[in-house]
Design a protein around this ligand. Sequence first.
Ligand code: PEP
Length: 251
Amino acid sequence: MRVPLIAGNWKMNGRREDIRALVAGIRERFNAGARVELLVLPSFPYLDFVASTLEGSGIDLGGQDLSERDDGAFTGDVSAGMLLDCGCRYVLAGHSERRTLHGEDDQTVAAKFETALRAGLKPVLCVGELLEERDQGRTEEVVRRQLGAVVDRVGIAALADAVVAYEPVWAIGTGRTASPEQAQSVHAFIRSQLADESATIAGQVRILYGGSVKPDNAVDLFACDDIDGGLIGGASLQVDSFMAIAEAACP
Ligand code: PEP
């Protein structure tokens, strides 16, 4: 059975003292025996600090992005090896803000995914359609293309340890959530695309939903068969809302 994963994407928010309080609150409320895994994704300058404050908690650490290249003369970039060195186990690849604001295309995202895997990180591949693509009935086409670019590059077996996050772009940070039916339908589509290559891997891969998840919609979303947790933005910045969402994943 897939253990739910709740990941907090803190994006470019917080300073040391806010983060210290956030981690302390999460640690205090986290029941390490509960059937849910927690992951936090701070911005790069705070990774080391968060790693030390998480020690012994059983809560995982991840990066929000990585370079597709190995170490070298790439000013401003952060390598997979550096993330590992700072205590990360996970890293996001292809978050919609990277795709839209930084022009990352499917090939770049696939290269980042491969680099993460090669280094021993677990990549969380973010996929999802724009509002106009949904309105044009192209959601499955877009998600198939984004996921296909990665499967073609690394092969299905390499996804055994990876995570996919379905994040409709129109639901990110907008307060507009996909309904459980809309989300489940895309999650089932993603799993069936994986199953075309390997039913075993498809059954193993965790598929998270992301896009304005809040404590009051989390229970219904997480009750869906193919939703294995959430990638949480805004609501992960407050202990109460993040932990209420985590609790909704293991009722
Ligand atoms: C995200 O950025 O991945 C996200 C889902 O944000 P929010 O929860 O704020 O919509």
